[in-house]
Each structure stands twice: as structure tokens, then as C-alpha cells.
Design a protein around this ligand. Structure first.
Ligand code: ASP
Length: 338
């Protein structure tokens, strides 16, 4: 019985688009729920990831999918699932979010996060926060408990404190790998910011989900770019650029060079093409990433799920840490050819 389920699961998964190079066909039937996650895109190749690192990433991505599936399979909401996944990934030092956030030019950590509920287009975002352990929880508090959509800096932290969101000391965010990345960039005399300097692997995290009630949600969390200055904000806290969800179209979470994603309003652009241009999820995502973003010279990718449970994850980098799950099947991928 279990084996049959797995076979059916893989047959179903093969009906979904899983990378920029795979073509998407329509699902045979709408899955009970559908989930996609990312842990950032960038120059991620077999030659620059050791076997141990690769295993670690794959296991962690699989665990993140498991957390989301547990919620969705029990009838939990897409909003709950994407939140729990981001919390778990923020707690891992592997990704550029929460614990593993990159350093600013001044050697601090400034984190951004956003979340959106496709049911009512309610949204919450925080930008440039320093001391909140899980920025996605602060974004969710803004969504649920504030009349605003986006709060930044100390104000966002004061708001989070009012709602009992856990804070930590600065040292919590120290990781040797990110610190060395900053030192290297500074020693090169570079004034430039860099997307997760480690071989340009971006490490933002994100999740999109369709739940059993047909609701969509998306969430994204990041430490931004190494060596950033002047309170730079990227796309991740911007609704419509880094995150978007609308029950009538799709849910999207972005990762990549934020300045391009803001200018192209990437996440909303995909939803808009479906809404106004009648495009499928795959057509819309491919157009945005493989034509518009490419033409502008931007790098990165997105994960997306539509109201029918189709999943599409186009990216224009060497790799993207990612995973998908539908009932009975789960798959984790890193490289472009997977
Ligand atoms: N999009 C994020 C930013 O620009 C970085 C990333 O996704 O790696 O802040």
C-alpha cells in the first residue's frame, strides 16, 4: 500500500514543473495540498559544494518540507505552513536568514521578511531588523495585528516586542562563514554588496503553499546582501517583489539580486500575467524570469504554486536550493539539471 502511494506520488510529481528546464504539464488531478520551498539561488554547482555540504542541505530541505507537510496534511492553513517552514530555515545556519544572516558593511545583521495570505491579500513585512530571532514571526505579527503592511528598524522591533516575539543578543547571528565572507569582500576594497559572498550562493529562504481549503500563502526571509550599507532593503520585504499570494492566481516567493526583483515587481508580475493575460503559472514565471529578468541582467529565481496545485520554480542561476511536496511524495533539488 505504502509503495503504491509512493509510486502514485512520483507519478503526480512528474506532472509538475520542477526546474527551469523541465516542461510543465497540467496536473492529472488537483492535489490535496501542494508545497514548494527555496533556500536561495546562485552559483551552486557540484564542484563548489562538498558531498557533506550537499547532504546537509538536502537533509535540511527535506526536514523543512516535512514540517510543512505535517501542517498541510492535517488540514492546517497555507499561512501556518509557510510560517513554520521559514522559522525552521531561519534557525538553520545554512541559509542567509535568521541565524545564518550575512553581515552588513558595519558588521551587523539587518534582516528582512514578508508574508502574504492569498485569502484576503492581507500582508505583513519587516525590514532592517537586528534582534528578532525569527523575522518571519515579526512579519506575521504585522499581518495579523497591525493596521500597517510594512514596519522597519527599531519601530518594527518595538512592535514585535509588544507581541512577545522572541529577541536574541547580537552574537546569536554570528557565524564564522558569513563573517569571513564580509572580511574577504572588505579586504578586496570592494564597496560593492554581494549576494551571500560564498561563491555567490544566495541563501534567502521562502515557502509557498496551497492548503486543503484551497488557500494560497507565501513567505520570504533574508539577511540581504553581504557588505550592504545605508539601510539597504532588498526585494524580500517588499510585497509584490519578494512575496505575493492571491487565491485567484498563485503564490510566489523570490530569491536573487533584489534590486532587479524590485524594479520588475517580480512576484506580482507573475500573478498579473495570470490574471490579466490568461497565462499559466509556467508561462508567466518563465516569461518573468527567463525573459524580463534575463534581459535586465538580473540573477535569481522564484518558487510558485497556483490554485490548482501546479508548482513551477524557474531560475537563471547555476542552482537553487529547493523542494516540492504533494501528498505521497516529496522531492529536494539543488542543481539546474535536477
Ligand atoms: N533577494 C535578497 C536581497 O536582495 C537576496 C537573496 O535572495 O539572496 O536582499
Amino acid at each position: 500500500m505504502k509503495i503504491n502511494l509512493i509510486i502514485v506520488g512520483f507519478a503526480l510529481l512528474s506532472c509538475f514543473s520542477v526546474s527551469s528546464d523541465h516542461s510543465e504539464s497540467d496536473s492529472v488531478s488537483k492535489p490535496d495540498y501542494a508545497l514548494a520551498i527555496h533556500g536561495g539561488a546562485g552559483v551552486i554547482t557540484r564542484s563548489n559544494l562538498s558531498a557533506a555540504e550537499e547532504k546537509n542541505y538536502r537533509q535540511t530541505l527535506d526536514q523543512a518540507l516535512g514540517i510543512g507537510e505535517e501542517i498541510l496534511s492535517e488540514g492546517g492553513s497555507a499561512l501556518e505552513a509557510v510560517t513554520a517552514i521559514c522559522v525552521f530555515m531561519e534557525d538553520s545556519p545554512l541559509f542567509n536568514a535568521g541565524k545564518g544572516s550575512v553581515f552588513t558593511h558595519e558588521g551587523t545583521n539587518e534582516m528582512d521578511a514578508s508574508i502574504m495570505d492569498g485569502r484576503d491579500l492581507n500582508a505583513g513585512a519587516v525590514g532592517g531588523i537586528h534582534l528578532i530571532k525569527n523575522p518571519i514571526l515579526a512579519a506575521k505579527a504585522v499581518l495579523e495585528k497591525s493596521e500597517h503592511v510594512m514596519l522597519t528598524g527599531k519601530g518594527a522591533e518595538d512592535f514585535a516586542a509588544l507581541h512577545d516575539i522572541e529577541t536574541v543578543e547580537n552574537e546569536y547571528f554570528y557565524t564564522e562563514r558569513r563573517w569571513q565572507a564580509l572580511q574577504k569582500l572588505k579586504s578586496e576594497g570592494s564597496q560593492k554588496v554581494q549576494l551571500d559572498h560564498d561563491d555567490r550562493k544566495h541563501g534567502t529562504v521562502g515557502a509557498v503553499a496551497l492548503d486543503r481549503s484551497g488557500n494560497l500563502a507565501a513567505a520570504t526571509s533574508t539577511g540581504g546582501m553581504t557588505n550592504k550599507r545605508y539601510n539597504r532593503l532588498g526585494d524580500s520585504p517588499i510585497i509584490g517583489a519578494g512575496t505575493y499570494a492571491d487565491n485567484s492566481t498563485c503564490a510566489v516567493s523570490s530569491t536573487g539580486h533584489g534590486e532587479y526583483f524590485i524594479r520588475l515587481a517580480i512576484a506580482h508580475d507573475i500573478s498579473s500575467q495570470m490574471e490579466h493575460g490568461g497565462k499559466t503559472l509556467k508561462e508567466a514565471g518563465d516569461h518573468t524570469i527567463h525573459q524580463k529578468l534575463k534581459k535586465m541582467g538580473g540573477t535569481g529565481g522564484i518558487i510558485s504554486v497556483d490554485k490548482e496545485g501546479n508548482i513551477h520554480m524557474p531560475f537563471n542561476t547555476e542552482g537553487m536550493y529547493r523542494g516540492i511536496a504533494i501528498p505521497g511524495s516529496r522531492k529536494v533539488m539543488i542543481y539546474k539539471d535536477e
